[in-house]
Write a protein that binds this ligand. Structure first.
Ligand code: FDA
Length: 396
């Protein structure tokens, strides 16, 4: 029996953010495009992102918001397909969206609306999507690639790997992209879960668990980078924007500094004693911190409810040290189970920043999170997916 082989111009593996963008862009250029995904639904991460409303871009997106061993790699694509370009696209479809925190755009109603736009674009471009498709073999020939799957055998001129990182395996994440890269001799930089809650050491966990559910504004510093945003106590440790952001820079072994009263300097504390001697520090802290957190601090500093006039310089300095270096006793992170992204990945030194083609294998392309490009929290990672997908889609 003769094997039926379907011939297309482009195969995109991964129907996530970058893959859908790339497929539609190539389809509009008249290419015959096939998108393959092993999941039963396209764009699952889009649907679960931003609390179900997808923070789909950041109007301030710039190379400084991305981490990579090769920080120049992302510059060209971010310039060629900006956040405004993506906004123009969703505007054409009439998407309703809101700017929550400055620059961060979220769907007004649901991430489903955004996915629907991407699926419409895919359809209009003529690209075909096959779900529930597992790839068992890839064979590179001189001018084409043969992709064997559980749904048939396909050949293409360009093969695009858009399989993302390792976070949330239950949503279809796999190390497939890294394996494909390694098979043709690419260097894959070590990966780690990021934009992820931090777990705390067992002794401290019991104490902090009492604060579960409360949030406060902190500044979190690691490796010379500081984020001033809210931190949330959970029953496993700490989370919230400040914590998620800092995990792009922190990992066990690196110092993590949390200041729970970033607006209060040591001088401010001394000024309380000077200017309001009858006021207690408990009173002062209650203005800026949740009650339960003040109770925890009081357990450490029993004199907190006394008049500030009665406190010594040493006591005030000890309190300041405690607040400005709040000990969360970080243990590790919740890992890929809950992480938003994967740091590290395919070394971008071996991929063209213009076309996204591999320098090791002609006709093979890598886009999105599978590459060693990771954005901050705030819509930057999707912007990278759109930009890299769009740019590769121009060349495949
Ligand atoms: P993506 O993960 O989107 O897609 C990969 C696709 O490849 C999936 O469809 C998967 O099924 C498929 N695949 C994997 N292995 C395969 C295999 N072996 N065979 C076939 N198919 C395979 N970012 C942001 O900017 N704003 C936000 O609000 C959020 N929020 C957020 C919340 C949560 C909970 C998560 C987990 C992540 C975010 N992110 C985010 C990050 C963002 O979702 C992520 O950076 C992009 O989806 C990456 O796009 P990619 O196209 O690279 O991969």
């Amino acid at each position: 029996m003769r094997l039926v082989v379907d011939k297309v111009d482009v195969i995109v593996v991964g129907a996530g953010a970058s893959g859908l963008m790339c497929a539609a862009t190539a389809g509009y250029r008249g290419k015959k495009v096939l998108v393959l995904d092993h999941a039963n639904k396209a764009g699952k991460k889009i649907l679960m992102s931003g609390g179900g409303r997808c923070n789909f871009t950041n109007m301030d997106a710039a190379p400084k918001h991305f981490l990579s061993d090769n920080p120049h790699f992302c510059i060209s694509a971010l310039r060629r397909f900006s956040s405004q370009d993506f906004v123009d696209l969703v505007d054409r479809h009439g998407l309703e969206y809101v700017e929550k925190t400055p620059g961060q755009l979220f769907c007004e109603h649901s991430a489903k609306d955004l996915l629907e736009i991407l699926m419409t674009e895919l359809e209009w471009s003529g690209a075909e999507l096959k779900l529930n498709t597992s790839i068992s073999n890839i064979d590179y020939k001189d001018d084409h690639t043969i992709v064997t799957t559980n749904q048939g055998v396909f050949t293409c001129e360009s093969l695009v790997i858009a399989t993302g990182g390792l976070s949330i395996p239950t949503m279809g994440a796999s190390g497939f992209g890294y394996d494909i890269a390694k098979q043709v001799g690419h260097d894959v930089l070590s990966t780690r879960a990021s934009l992820v809650p931090i777990t705390v050491q067992p002794d401290r966990k019991a104490q902090l668990a009492e604060l579960s559910g409360i949030a406060c504004d902190v500044s979190a510093t690691a490796n010379g980078t500081t984020f001033s945003e809210p931190m949330l106590f959970t029953h496993r440790g700490v989370s919230g924007p400040a914590i998620l952001q800092i995990t792009n820079f922190w990992h066990p072994g690196v110092a993590l500094d949390i200041n729970i009263t970033p607006e209060l300097s040591l001088d401010d504390l001394f000024a309380v004693r000077q200017g309001s001697p009858k006021k207690s520090f408990e009173n002062i802290l209650s203005n800026v911190l949740p009650k339960r957190l003040v109770e925890l601090i009081k357990a450490e500093f029993p004199w907190l409810n006394e008049r500030s006039a009665q406190t010594s310089n040493d006591q005030i300095e000890a309190l300041y040290q405690y607040l400005s270096h709040f000990d969360i006793a970080p243990n590790g992170t919740e890992g890929y189970r809950t992480a938003e992204v994967t740091l590290g990945g395919i070394n971008t030194n071996e991929v063209s920043s213009k076309t996204f083609e591999s320098q090791k294998q002609k006709g093979l392309y890598f886009i999105g999170e599978v590459l060693d490009v990771t954005g901050w929290l705030g819509g930057y990672n999707f912007q990278w997916a759109w930009a890299s997908g769009y740019c590769a889609g121009q060349y495949v």
